[in-house]
Write a protein that binds this ligand. Structure first.
Ligand code: SF4
Length: 227
């Protein structure tokens, strides 16, 4: 799929279940659905990024409301200050597309661009959306490292390379936090627990854990050809 595909993203209607779901979405109390983005959420960030961070899908009242990945919900409230601390953005605050946030050496998107029921996209929806993911990656000409938040994003990204014939056996790439898989010809894939509010509240994901992973990403960047 070519990069111009991304120009069609806003009008995409490939996943009928997701269209029905967002049409019936109840807005957050005190808000109106007219104020919601409530459509496919494109990636954003530094076009010259060497790091691509991929989450699962827009949160109902986060990215699906604001129109920018991880913006306006617990997952982003946790993640953006730490990305700033690790030098991947100009500021810690991230609450709206016009908040002044600029990512540095980092591009952020989701494996599935539309809000799924119960935060659980189906296999066909991952597959429908993979061409957009591939198109986003193709834009990143300097790409070295892909951080995959959670098993859903990880599995979908692996499937992308499997379909391209780059990897032969998916089971050779088990998901566990901190795993690094250098792919033939690059990039390095880095598995990471999702920064969801649930994972943070249960202690599965912590600030220290995420900062350690970002430090590992820095090491990978320094070791890669051309640094
Ligand atoms: S999830 Fe992706 S493929 Fe499905 S409707 Fe949304 S943009 Fe299209």
């Amino acid at each position: 799929m070519s990069e111009p595909l991304l120009e069609e993203l806003g009008a995409c209607q490939r996943c009928s279940r997701l269209l029905v779901h967002r049409a019936a979405l109840a807005p957050r109390r005190g808000l109106s659905l007219e104020g919601y983005h409530n459509g496919p959420v494109p990636g954003f960030g530094d076009p010259n990024a060497r790091v691509f961070l991929v989450g699962l899908a827009p949160g109902a009242h986060g990215a699906n409301r604001t129109g920018r990945p991880f913006t306006g919900d617990g997952a982003g409230d946790f993640m953006y200050p730490l990305l700033h601390q690790a030098g991947f953005s100009n500021q810690a605050e991230a609450y709206a597309p016009d908040d002044g946030l600029q990512l540095r050496d980092l591009y952020i998107s989701n494996a599935v661009k539309c809000l799924p029921p119960a935060n659980k996209p189906q296999g066909a929806e991952f597959a429908n959306c993979r061409p957009y993911l591939l198109a986003e990656q193709k834009r990143l000409k300097r790409l070295k490292v892909v951080i995959l938040l959670g098993r859903g994003a990880f599995d979908s990204y692996l499937r992308l390379y499997y379909d391209l014939g780059v990897i032969r056996r998916l089971k050779d790439y088990p998901f566990h936090h901190g795993a690094v898989y250098p792919l033939p010809g690059g990039p390095d894939l880095v598995a990471c627990y999702h920064t969801s509010r649930y994972n943070v509240q249960t202690g599965r994901m912590t600030s220290a854990l995420f900062l350690d992973l970002l430090a590992r990403v820095r090491q990978l960047l320094e070791r890669s050809p051309g640094g």
